[in-house]
Design a protein. Structure first.
Length: 255
């Protein structure tokens, strides 16, 4: 939903962007723009735009050979698949969250969660869609965006990004994926290895990929199996352990 004034050819500057935080996998940015228009072709990434505007506005939108003319309001979602030319003309003040998904990242997640090898992945174009799950994940990413960088932000963002990719594949892939389902949790040995890794790196920025690689499984499956094993997500467990460590340090300081 990029929309800057035709009088100014410069690319709009975001209010806040994950590029300033060093996020991996996806790029998330929030924009506020006056009425205007734009033309662009995202060559290397799929783009999700979530409308945040408090007041509905009229828009003309074209993606590839499809177009839409109507009203956008808060919560509406558009999806622009990579390599398709996009044009927008916005007739009101625009406020939106933009999520750019690199093609290799989505394909990697698709390969991990599907029961078959991935030859080609295509997403369908969407105008003014409503998707509560994707909206919720996008808003959680927005909250992290405004929170800024901290010691455990990357692990949480990794988890949100993977969950977002699974929902995108499930809801917008032209070929409906078969999501691999794994019963049970991690083996006792794998769970011990994961917990030991977390304990040894508790003061560092722990990434979901680091934990999954340590066990030799995908990020998607690690998150699900870990939660099945102990009842909380990797991010929640790390947060709990850091709180406990802080309590122990306070007790020692009081002695």
């Amino acid at each position: 939903m990029v929309s800057w004034s035709s009088k100014s050819p410069e690319t709009p500057s975001p209010i806040v962007s994950s590029q300033d935080l060093g996020w991996e996998s996806i790029t998330v940015a929030e924009f506020k723009q006056p009425p205007g228009n734009s033309n662009f072709t995202p060559e290397l990434e799929h783009t999700i735009a979530l409308c945040l505007a408090t007041k509905p506005y009229r828009i003309w939108q074209a993606i590839g050979d499809r177009n839409y003319s109507g009203i956008y309001s808060k919560g509406d979602i558009s999806l622009s698949p990579a390599k398709l030319p996009c044009s927008y003309k916005v007739y009101g003040d625009d406020h939106y969250l933009e999520i750019k998904i690199p093609i290799p990242f989505l394909e990697r997640v698709a390969t991990e969660v599907m029961n078959r090898d991935l030859n080609r992945l295509e997403l369908r174009t969407e105008f003014r869609d409503r998707n509560p799950q994707i909206e919720q994940l996008a808003m959680m990413l927005r909250s992290e965006l405004h929170r800024g960088q901290d010691g455990m932000g990357q692990l949480y963002v990794d988890s949100l990004a993977n969950a977002l990719m699974v929902n995108v594949l499930r809801d917008y892939s032209i070929t409906k994926p078969q999501i691999a389902i794994y019963e049970g949790g991690l083996s006792d040995r794998s769970l011990f290895q994961a917990i030991e890794y977390i304990e040894h790196h508790l003061s560092e920025s722990i990434k979901l990929e680091d934990l999954a690689t340590h066990l030799g499984i995908s990020k998607f499956h690690f998150s699900r199996l870990f939660k099945k094993s102990i009842g909380v997500s990797p991010h929640q467990y790390v947060m709990q352990q850091r709180i406990e460590l802080a309590k122990q340090l306070l007790v020692k300081a009081d002695k």
